[in-house]
Design a binder for this molecule. Sequence first.
Ligand SMILES: Nc1nc2c(ncn2[C@@H]2O[C@H](COP(=O)(O)OP(=O)(O)OP(=O)(O)O)[C@@H](O)[C@H]2O)c(=O)[nH]1
Ligand SMILES: [Mg+2]
Length: 325
Amino acid sequence: MPANLPPQYLEAERRYREAKTTPDKIASLEEMLAIMPKHKGTEKLQADLKKRLSKLRAELQKKKATSRKSGPGHLKREGIGQVVLIGPPNVGKSMLLSRLTKANPLVADYPFTTRTPLPGMIEYENVQIQLVDLPPISREYMESWLPGIIKQADLTLLVIDLSAEDLLEQIETVKEILREARIELEGKGTQGGASYKKTLIVANKADLPGSQENLTVLQELYGERYSIVPVSAEKGINLEELKNQIYNALDIVRVYTRAPGKEANYNEPLAMKKGSNVVDVGQSIHKDFAERLKFARIWGKDKYAGQMVHRDYILQEGDIIEFHI
Ligand SMILES: Nc1nc2c(ncn2[C@@H]2O[C@H](COP(=O)(O)OP(=O)(O)OP(=O)(O)O)[C@@H](O)[C@H]2O)c(=O)[nH]1
Ligand SMILES: [Mg+2]
C-alpha cells in the first residue's frame, strides 16, 4: 500500500471496513476513489477499488431485481418538452445540466455520481424546456427505473466523452442496453412494444486533446443517422447551438394569440406540436372551440397581415392568430 495517502482516505477506508450494508460499502469505496491521488503509484489500488465497487454494484442490482421495482417516484413534466440526459458514467451529463439550467447537481471525477433524476429548466427565448439529469447507463449497473423515465421523455440527449478512446463502443453499449429494455434511440412513437426516441448525440469534453479526430470519426459513422453536437460543458463551448438543436428537435412551433384590435402578447407563446392547425390551437384554449369557430386571421411570415385562413391552416413558427367566433 502506498504510504502517501491522505488522512481523509484512511478515514473513508475505516468506514468501508466497518460498513454493514452494501450501499454503505459502495458509498465509502466511492469516497476512497474520489479522494485518492491519481498517479502511477496508485493505479493498482484504484483498479482494485473499482473492481470491488463493480462487484458490490452487481450484488446490489441483483438484490433490487428480486425485490419489487422501486423508482424515484413520478417526475412532473414542466415547460414545452421533457428532455433527458443519458449516457455512460462520468461523461459530463450532470455538468451539462448545471450549465444549461439553474439546477445544482453533484459533479465529480468518478463514475456513478448521479443516483436520482434531477430536473432543471432551460430558458430558451420566451419558453422553458425541462432537462432531466439521470444516473449513468452501463453494463456494470443501471437503475431499474431508468428505462421507464426515458420512455416518457420527448427527446433524449445521448452524452458521450469525445476524448474517450472507447467512444464508439460506449455508444453501442448504451444502445444495446436500452434495446434490451425495449427502447430504440431513433425515430419516434411506439411500435411492436418498443419505444422509439428521438435522440441527439452530445459530444462533450470537446476541449480535451484528441477530440477533434474523434469527432471526425463520429461524424463519418453516425452523422447520417444522428445530429451530433460537439460541446464542452466545462469550458462553455457551443452550448447556445445545443439549445437551438434541442428546441428544433422538439418539433414545436410557437404561436401567439391576439384579440381583435389588440397587440399579441409575445411573452406568452402557445407551444404547439409542429403540424397543428387552427382548430388544434383553438382547442388548446377552449375545448368547444371547434364548433364555435367561424374563421381566423393570421399574421406571419408566409401570410399577408390579417389574412383569413381555413380551420385546417397549419401554423408556422411565430404566427399570430386571431380567432373569430
Ligand atoms: N475537460 C472536461 N471535463 C468535463 C467536461 N464536462 C464534465 N467534465 C468532468 O467530467 C467529470 C464527470 O462529470 P459529471 O458531470 O459528474 O459526469 P456524469 O456524466 O454526470 O457522471 P455520472 O453521474 O457518474 O454518470 C467531472 O470531473 C467533470 O468536471 C468537459 O466539457 N470538459
Ligand atoms: Mg451525473
